[in-house]
Design a binder for this molecule. Structure first.
Ligand SMILES: CC(C)(COP(=O)(O)OP(=O)(O)OC[C@H]1O[C@@H](n2cnc3c(N)ncnc32)[C@H](O)[C@@H]1OP(=O)(O)O)[C@@H](O)C(=O)NCCC(=O)NCCS
Length: 142
């Protein structure tokens, strides 16, 4: 349960004044997919809050009728934090059109962060070394 894939078709109401997918809509979808990924890992929806949207990179536009797939994947687990990498692929293309990274924190009923006790297996880290290292780099930039 370390990856979530969500597909959507872009409709006219999702477009901006240029006729391409509106960044705000894309950001909402991407944040939701990342949140679902963090929740699927912890299985405690009430305990997961977003502490940081590290950023989005809108590489190529998408437009009405395009089918997008959001692939959100755990990239790093700290003591109390969960970092998720997200990529949006348009019409089955290999290269992502949007990338993003978000960090969530596990909190108790009082909103106080607690150690989630989760860890990534070494083979998963090896398979996903690029996003793992990107998350470590982001932690250094805080
Ligand atoms: C999330 C929140 C509880 C963190 O509080 P805090 O006092 O900074 O917590 P801590 O210092 O104990 O840090 C907890 C974890 O968050 C991480 N963290 C804190 N600030 C961060 C930041 N700006 N960027 C990335 N990670 C951050 C810490 O590194 C730590 O993770 P680690 O254990 O892996 O090292 C607090 O900032 C908060 O309540 N924010 C509002 C959350 C919210 O409303 N989100 C939107 C709705 S979901």
């Amino acid at each position: 349960m370390r990856e979530t894939r969500v597909s959507r078709i872009i409709k006219s109401e999702d477009l901006n004044h240029h006729g391409t997918l509106y960044a705000g809509r894309m950001a909402e979808w991407l944040v939701e997919a990342c949140l679902i990924t963090a929740i699927n890992l912890t299985r405690k929806p009430e305990d997961v809050v977003c502490v940081r949207i590290h950023g989005f990179h809108f590489i190529r536009p998408a437009t009405s009728g395009d089918v997008i797939e959001i692939r959100a994947k755990i990239s790093y687990l700290g003591e109390k934090s969960i970092t998720v990498d997200a990529k949006i692929h348009v019409n089955g293309e290999d290269a992502p059109s949007v990338t993003g990274m978000l960090t969530f924190v596990t909190v108790d009923r009082q909103g106080k962060p607690y150690a989630h006790g989760l860890a990534l297996p070494q083979d998963y880290i090896e398979e996903n070394r690029d996003i793992y290292e990107a998350a470590i780099e982001a932690r250094k930039q805080r």
